[in-house]
Design a protein around this ligand. Structure first.
Ligand SMILES: Cc1ncc(COP(=O)(O)O)c(C=O)c1O
Length: 381
């Protein structure tokens, strides 16, 4: 079944249908063999994903949300600490911080690519600050290389939220390379999605890796040689949140195609940028060192809700990601003292509309989006 939009948010189902036989062959042993096969498949995905993003270690877990939380915990973030992030993101970003018992602070973002503005971070650092949490929103890499210099000066960890950026690169390296730990979401609408929820944390740091393994597996210590085989040994209070092996099996089939899908996402982004040039929408401008992926393609318009609805009426499944800024959610009333001093974040919240991007789109689909969007912009100005 597909949805009724001519251009849906994603046409991944087409790819999944084409990979049907490979999926079935990968899933069948998980259902029919002993359960211990699951851990092996998950470990295979972790090794293959780590190699794909040039990281030493990867830990696959149940969602991007839990991946962020575990990454912060594994970096030692806890009660009383402060973590600097951004307010144009999913609530998972700030919730991961507060769920550690820490306090989120938000920096405003760049009007060019909507990522954390490195020039505004230092002013937010206090003696309690322990980490930075930049977000590669929409697949645009945040300038983590620059943030790294600041983090080193102030002895801060960096956890990069690359939930929407699997496949993107910056300064010639996969996103995550300049962070202590990076997380990717493996949920269906993400650039590298499974058929259900999932997330993965990558790191080069052996101690962070050890903590991640511990926290994702109940706090279970690896078995000691002098321990009776029938006994458990918990050395921490952890969680039971490994990635479901059926999703791991699906992702192992998909991983060899990631580069080609990323190239297609980039090509669609470039075609939309070129096709919408000169129209009244503002389009993102990315740093030349970055090679983004596009989970969606953002345009910024004055009549956001009208344009969003008109696109949907014309068969394009546009969405608005993310509005309002996190700082405006009722759950955070009173938490962010600087919520009125984030002019770019606020403006993005009022202007952004996301056009669908999916590697399966044809030239005809992209041209339809360009033409329709241009017409809508003309009549809504
Ligand atoms: C920027 C960002 N971070 C984190 C997440 C959380 O990922 P998940 O949905 O896999 O829990 C999302 C989800 O949309 C997101 O957009």
């Amino acid at each position: 079944m597909s949805n009724s939009f001519r251009i849906p948010r994603s046409r991944t189902f087409e790819t999944h249908r084409a990979l049907r036989d490979q999926f079935m062959a990968a899933i069948e042993p998980l259902v029919l063999n002993t359960y211990s096969h699951s851990a092996q498949v998950r470990a295979e995905l972790e090794a293959a994903f780590a190699a794909e993003v040039n990281a030493k270690y990867a830990v696959a877990v149940g969602s991007g949300t839990i991946a962020l939380f575990l990454a912060l915990r594994a970096c030692g973030i806890g009660p009383g600490d402060e973590v600097i992030t951004v307010a144009n993101s999913d609530i998972s970003t700030t919730a991961a911080i507060t769920n550690c018992g820490a306090r989120p602070l938000v920096a405003d973002v760049l009007p060019s690519d909507y990522t954390m503005n490195p020039d505004l971070v230092e002013a937010l650092i206090t003696p309690k600050t322990r980490a930075l949490l930049p977000v590669d929103l929409h697949g645009h890499p945040a300038n983590v290389k620059r943030l790294r210099e600041l983090a080193n000066q102030h002895n801060l960890k960096i956890v990069e939220d690359a939930a929407l950026a699997t496949g993107a690169q910056d300064y010639g390296r996969p996103v995550g390379a300049f962070a202590d730990a990076a997380i990717f979401s493996l949920a269906p609408f993400k650039p590298f999605g499974s058929a259900g929820n999932g997330g993965i944390v990558v790191t080069d740091d052996e101690e962070i890796y050890r903590q991640l393994c511990l926290l994702a597996d109940y706090g279970h210590a690896p078995r000691q040689p002098d321990q009776p085989a029938a006994y458990q040994n918990y050395i921490a209070e952890g969680y039971n949140v490994p990635l479901d092996a059926l999703q791991a099996a699906i992702l192992l089939v998909k991983l060899p195609y990631l580069k080609q899908w990323t190239a297609k996402r980039r090509a669609i982004g470039e075609a939309l940028a070129a096709g919408l040039a000169g129209a009244s929408a503002r389009t993102p401008s990315l740093r030349p060192e970055s090679a983004p992926t596009f989970r969606s393609y953002t345009i910024r318009v004055d009549r956001q809700l009208e344009v969003h609805q008109a696109l949907r009426d014309a068969g394009i499944e546009a969405v608005i990601h993310y509005a309002p800024p996190i700082t405006r959610y009722s759950v955070y009333a009173g938490l962010f003292p600087n919520k009125d001093q984030l002019p770019v974040t606020e403006r993005l919240g009022r202007e952004i509309v996301n056009l669908p991007v999916s590697p399966e789109f044809t030239d005809e689909d992209v041209n339809y989006m360009i033409e329709t969007t241009r017409n809508i912009l003309k009549s809504h100005n």
